[in-house]
Design a protein around this ligand. Sequence first.
Ligand SMILES: CC(C)(COP(=O)(O)OP(=O)(O)OC[C@H]1O[C@@H](n2cnc3c(N)ncnc32)[C@H](O)[C@@H]1OP(=O)(O)O)[C@@H](O)C(=O)NCCC(=O)NCCS
Length: 167
Amino acid sequence: MYRLRPFEPADAPALTAMLHRAYAELGGRGLNFTAVDQTERTTLKRAGTGASWLLVDGSRIAASLTMTLPPHETLRRLSPTAAAPGRAWLNQMAVDPADRGQGLASRLWAVGRRWAGDAGASHLGVDTAEPAAHLVELYTAWGFARRETVQWPGKTYRSAVMERPCG
Ligand SMILES: CC(C)(COP(=O)(O)OP(=O)(O)OC[C@H]1O[C@@H](n2cnc3c(N)ncnc32)[C@H](O)[C@@H]1OP(=O)(O)O)[C@@H](O)C(=O)NCCC(=O)NCCS
């Protein structure tokens, strides 16, 4: 039985460890997503910007998602889609490998989408590694369409920027 709750700063160590587990496979493919090896400080900074939720099983963190409004400043410089007014951004989505395939990401996505609508966003965006075809497919299934490709500084891959209307 998973319980939804907001992220709190005291969650940073456990969330960081879960993110490392969740992103290890992508890291193993040479895709150096920030969450592959981010520090607790970075977790705190990323989760503390916008709104973040966790699904917990007892005290254990099973899944996380952050919505940022407006999107990260660097991304707004790189992407006209992210720079457009009214954009909320999906970040740091992860499900612990032990908890996959049970709809936890979909559940958090529904919460984030509602939050963004209530906060006045007209569109939702996400960016992900272009070579991670399964993620591009997942976001396409969630109604996102590809807009452009950007190069985040320091990343080994180019990122597909995707967007959909809010609601
Ligand atoms: C991506 C991730 C969060 C999905 O977790 P999950 O436990 O499979 O999530 P869910 O069970 O809620 O499934 C999410 C949806 O994706 C769909 N899905 C899963 N794999 C898919 C694929 N390859 N193509 C299309 N849809 C897919 C599921 O059917 C489900 O659809 P629904 O919303 O209609 O029910 C998880 O695999 C993960 O943590 N990966 C590593 C981190 C990561 O990639 N984060 C995103 C970076 S941009």
